[in-house]
Design a protein around this ligand. Structure first.
Ligand SMILES: *Cc1c(COP(=O)(O)O)cnc(C)c1O
Length: 391
């Protein structure tokens, strides 16, 4: 079975982890700070807080933004549930902005309309979490301009985006946002097994991110209210143990060195999917993801990380196509069940039909295999199986 996504591990990854096991601290040593610095160097963001998952990163990003009871966080429905759950962890409410059917990212017009009515009703959000769906950046310049008149913290859920670019900057640079959250789950651009990071250019956010990710404890002499001796520390807020271990960070450092190669290979395969599928009679039966060259006006400077390759099946029996592909050894997947359709969110009052573009996308979507080690032979097999399933 060809999986829809898969990590790439080579000897350099193994050596890096073994080196920590044999020679270094397993946690709270020098490897996590080295990984954090490497992520800053790669993305161009000033500060990085490594954490033990992207989900933890979203949680501490919301806490650093001051999210709490009585507040509201907006995000998109076509994402992993973690993009919305982080608001509820903090006791806040969540609401959604529908997507643009072409880019599959947050719809700029819907955001503008929703902000206008929220302003009138006094229901403006405190935080907006945008998702760079499948690795292609949202239009961050437009989004940041829309929220500028308001006191809204902009967080990028960049779990799909590491290795992609927007207007010439790396996704994760926070050029247009307050914070960007990365994930290093094995299907993402690079992996630490489990892990994540929060990037920011603001010292005040960086300080809070570290505090919330490390039990709410500080040893900063200038912050302590008492001074008992060199052992002394104080807990100032209710934080969590969300630290990444040095073992995981060693894997992340070795992976980061290969990130650009991984993304280049993903891009080659994505373009090849376009060419192969467009040349077959099934081209009219599916909608392919935008290639970078079809994307917004700043094409030269905008580049997807190609986390996932989703097609939309433009006929009613998506499930049959899915089943035929699986029967042919193609491990397809579907991303994502709209978050507001989850029973947990339905109990909070969300209804079907509220975000029609995200819902229509879900009903047509199939994620085809895409990962750096995928061969052209495997890809040919996927396209043949897709033809068989659709004809
Ligand atoms: C993977 C993912 C997350 C969660 O990351 P973990 O590291 O698995 O906790 C959050 N948001 C999106 C969009 C994701 O794809």
């Amino acid at each position: 079975m060809i999986p829809y996504g898969k990590h790439s591990i080579d000897q350099s990854d193994i050596d890096a982890v073994v080196d920590v096991l044999q020679n270094k601290f397993l946690t709270q040593g020098e490897t996590v700070p080295a990984f954090e610095k490497a992520l800053c160097d790669y993305t161009g963001a000033r500060y990085c807080t490594a954490v033990n998952s992207g989900t933890s990163g979203l949680h501490v990003a919301c806490l650093a933004a001051g999210v709490g009871p009585g507040q509201t966080v907006w995000t998109v429905p076509n994402s992993f549930v973690a993009s919305a759950n982080c608001a509820l962890y903090c006791g806040a409410d969540v609401d959604f902005v529908d997507i643009d059917p072409l880019t599959r990212n947050l719809c700029i017009k819907d955001l503008a309309d929703k902000l206008a009515s929220a302003k009138q009703n006094g229901t403006l959000p405190n935080v907006l979490i945008v998702v760079h769906f499948a690795g292609a950046s949202c239009d961050m310049r437009a989004i940041s301009a829309l929220i500028k008149p308001y006191d809204i913290v902009l967080i990028e859920d960049a779990a799909h985006g590491l290795g992609g670019r927007y207007e010439g900057s790396a996704i994760g640079s926070c050029q247009f946002s307050d914070m960007a959250v990365l994930s290093f789950h094995p299907v993402k651009s690079i992996t630490t097994a489990e892990g994540g990071a929060v990037m920011t250019n603001h010292a005040a956010f960086a300080e809070k991110l570290v505090l919330y990710a490390k039990h709410g404890i500080t040893r900063d002499q200038s912050k302590l209210t008492q001074h008992h001796g060199p052992w002394y520390y104080e807990q100032h807020v209710l934080g969590f143990n969300y630290r990444l271990s040095d073992l995981h960070a060693a894997l992340g450092l070795a992976q980061l060195a290969k990130l650009d190669n991984f993304v280049a290979r993903r891009e080659t395969l994505a373009k090849r999917y376009h060419e192969l599928i467009s040349a077959t009679p099934i081209a009219a039966k599916v909608q392919l993801p935008l290639l970078n060259s079809d994307n917004v006006e700043s094409t030269r400077l905008t580049k997807s990380a190609w986390h996932l390759f989703m097609i939309e099946v433009l006929q009613p029996d998506r499930t049959a196509v899915y089943e035929k592909l699986v029967a042919s050894g193609v491990g397809v997947n579907v991303h994502y069940i709209p978050i507001h359709w989850q029973p947990f969110y339905a109990r909070r009052g969300f209804r079907r039909g509220q975000f029609p573009n995200a819902e229509r996308f879900y009903q047509r979507a199939i994620t085809l295999p895409l990962f750096p080690d995928m061969t052209f032979e495997q890809q040919d097999h996927v396209v043949e199986a897709l033809q068989g399933a659709l004809l």
